[in-house]
Design a protein around this ligand. Structure first.
Ligand code: MN
Ligand code: MN
Length: 458
């Protein structure tokens, strides 16, 4: 702890705070995977990155210092800065995920009950369902029409927009509810989103639902059947805010893992004249196991590196395996911050602390490190040297006490491709709650660590 405050004088604290203004803006806009990808493209193009698809289509060779990005199905993006060394000497990769815990609409969501119109939902990722009731929520996402058009939805962020919510029981009638275990206080099928109460009086039945359908049709050109091909996510409404009287922290939705996504993205956007090629990959589906075409398990990343080879030294399966062997990865994902209110689940000597700098997790996993990527100490030693030389403050942690819990990241997936990988991210309080907390100093320190990694990892 002392080390960080030796480094951060008032001017440095000011730098860290202004970096966080950009971050607060990013997470206030980007609350879904798609919104993260759109915002990443916008920032990439502002910084001179070109679409790799154009290079692929026209077979344009990539040369040193070329900056390119490529998008997979609007939910997964990869950015590269081509280094001086051939790609076969490996790529320095920052990998983060841009999906966050939330509540999704079901495919057939709309119904009327007792003069109210509601939407059925299915939660996404590890959420404590009781945290999501009685608070303002917004709807973000897309509705895809049969004619191929896509309607973008974002309701509940503008101050003139309505917001939505899941109801909770008043304390006066909650005697039975309050005696339940926390996992049963609010159950999955209780998360029905209230969206209307006015009737359409020209119809006989389901007047409230009819009125909502009319509004959907006139305002958004959406028919009830269009929900089948929609991807609509219920997220907390509102912007990220400064937290604490000293404004030293940020409260926002989706720090896990957009705080690492943003810092990784900024690191590659500001990268120049690198020895080794750099990559930032932002993936979807981490919170549900990294499966699917836009998750880390997808072949898309491997194929994309194949395309890069094809536009530089030439592609072969053997060459690709040599690239992977030489890749160094920071799996940039958040860590659980030590919480003095719940100290019994942490082991104090091996926990991540707010304002402790970037956090390295040699391994995650549970029950005897099961299923984890156990980072190689040779690689960790190399990273220590890079960060110490640049006066970057870091800490190491496990996820709570032994056998207390566990959690996954994308680290093991890239390690299985024969890369050197370690988890390196930012400590978060309230992780997976609708509003999570990070320290501004940690955010800035992680950004600086990612910059040094891209520049100096051999
Ligand atoms: Mn995460
Ligand atoms: Mn998570």
């Amino acid at each position: 702890m002392k080390k960080i405050w030796e480094k951060y004088n008032s001017e440095k604290i000011e730098n860290a705070f202004s970096f966080n203004d950009g971050y607060k803006n990013f997470i206030s806009i980007a609350k879904t995977e798609r919104e993260c990808v759109w915002e990443s493209i916008r920032l990439a193009e502002l910084n001179g990155f070109k679409n790799l698809e154009d290079y692929i289509e026209n077979n344009i060779p990539l040369k040193t210092n070329d900056k390119v990005y490529i998008v997979n199905r609007n939910k997964n993006i990869c950015l590269f800065v081509i280094g001086k060394e051939p790609i076969t000497s490996g790529i320095n990769i920052l990998g983060a995920h841009i999906d966050s815990p939330r509540v999704d609409l079901k495919q057939n969501p709309l119904y009327e009950s007792d003069n109210l119109a509601l939407l059925k939902t299915h939660y996404y990722g590890g959420v404590k369902k009781y945290q999501w009731v009685a608070m303002p929520l917004a709807i973000h996402g897309v509705v895809c029409k049969k004619d191929g058009s896509v309607i973008n939805i974002n309701i509940g962020e503008d101050e003139n927009d309505p917001v939505f919510g899941f109801s909770d029981l008043l304390p006066h009638l909650a005697a039975d509810q309050m005696s339940k275990v926390a996992s049963k206080v609010i159950e999955g099928e209780d998360l029905n989103l209230l969206i209307g109460s006015l009737p359409e009086t020209t119809v006989e039945k389901e007047m409230i639902k009819s009125n909502i359908l009319n509004l959907l049709k006139t305002k958004y050109n959406i028919e009830e059947e269009d929900f089948i091909s929609s991807e609509l996510e219920i997220v907390p409404s509102g912007k990220a805010r400064d937290y604490g009287l000293d404004k030293s922290m940020v409260m926002g939705y989706g720090h896990d893992d957009r705080v690492c996504a943003y810092t990784s993205l900024m690191a590659i956007l500001n990268a120049n004249n690198l020895e080794k090629t750099a990559c930032c990959i932002l993936v979807d589906k981490e919170e549900v196991g990294s499966n699917g075409s836009t998750g880390m398990h997808s072949d898309w990343f491997k194929n994309t590196v194949g395309e890069l080879l094809n536009l530089t030294v030439g592609y072969s399966e053997l060459t690709l395996s040599r690239v992977f062997k030489n890749c160094k990865v920071l799996s940039s994902d958040v860590s659980a911050a030590y919480d003095p209110n719940f100290s019994s689940v942490y082991e104090a000597k091996n926990s991540a602390y707010l304002n402790g700098g970037i956090v390295f997790n040699k391994y995650t996993g549970a029950r005897g490190k099961s299923g984890c990527n156990d980072a190689n100490p040779e690689y960790i030693a190399q990273l220590r040297k890079i960060l110490d030389d640049a006066n970057i403050v870091y800490q190491t942690a496990e996820l709570g006490k032994v056998d207390q819990g566990g959690g996954g990241t994308i680290a093991y997936i890239l390690a299985n491709m024969n890369m050197e990988v370690i988890d390196a991210g930012i400590a978060v309080l309230n992780m997976h709650a609708p509003w999570e907390i990070v320290s501004k100093i940690d955010v800035f320190e992680a950004y600086n660590a990612y910059v040094e990694f891209l520049k100096n990892c051999k």
